[in-house]
Design a protein. Sequence first.
Length: 366
Amino acid sequence: MVDPRMPDVHTRLAFIDALKAVAFQLIVLHHLAFYGPMSDHAYPLAPALISWLSQDARMAVQAFLVIAGFLAVRNLAPAGTLLAARPLLLIQKRYLKLVTPYLAAVLIAIVCAAIARQLMVHDSVPDWPTLPQVAAHALLLQSVLGYDGLSAGVWYVAIDFQLFTLLVGMLWLARSIDRSTGAWAPVCSALLVVILASASLYYFNRDGDWDIWGVYFFAAYALGIGTYWATNREHAFAWLLPIFAMVASGLLLDYRPRIAVALVVAMLLAVARRCRFLEGWPKSRLIADLGRISYSVFLIHFPICLVISGVFARFATDDPWVNLTGMGVAWLASIAGGALFYRFVESPAQRGPLQARVTTGLRQTP
């Protein structure tokens, strides 16, 4: 067995940091290519690359979903039984962990959008928000209530919270079913996860009308959960095979690249954990730092890109090379801005009084 009970949740996982570092680079580049206007002018220089970044690089979000499930169950129920005595406290702390830096980023996005509107007229610039729209964002309900996002990617934060809440609810229900001995709680937990994952894979994820709800994304999230639990077992391959076979059957029924990407990420995590390089490889301070600031970059990059796009639209020419340079500047500025945001916003928020430690505190933000 591999550390089935109490993993050291304070340890950085180098391989996961590397995956997150690559994934958020692709997300930043995707938004730069998709929203323009600099990519519109730079397109003739690399049409295939910019088209791929615009259309397909967004699949990198699947890595975050799988990693989120992997880390969440590692902290909440490494052996299949919910460790925390107060599930509602877990949900409250997860909300605060996500929303404290998220709201700061939304406020920055509102200010940057106002600046960008003075510099350019473009569809990518959000309108001035209404008070109900801001309140919906604060409650992570903007998509459910039909409001436009005030920044690119804010939908993911809401989905992450929904998925975490679903997982905590299932783990609590499984533990409640077997109050007497607790011996069957892991089995109940696994069954509940498999049932909802199957519903997501074969139904919800095939209907885009559900993409504002966590159940649409639960198949990818559950891949992370199942991969962690399976690699806890002595014969991990025997446990992983039915998980991956179920996903493969879902792809045969209806091929979805996003699910295929999630499957590949889950396989990589399984190999990394069983081959014992999940924590120690790659040994790179740069990659560790990039993984650590990934959530901050995710939150802050779009406002930064908006302002830089506005500056180039207003003061630069339409020359493709100039605009390609602008995209590079926006990319690097997003990373630098994310590092500053982590230093002065996300990290202090995690250490603040609202984030007092609990026994199952989440260390690595998926």
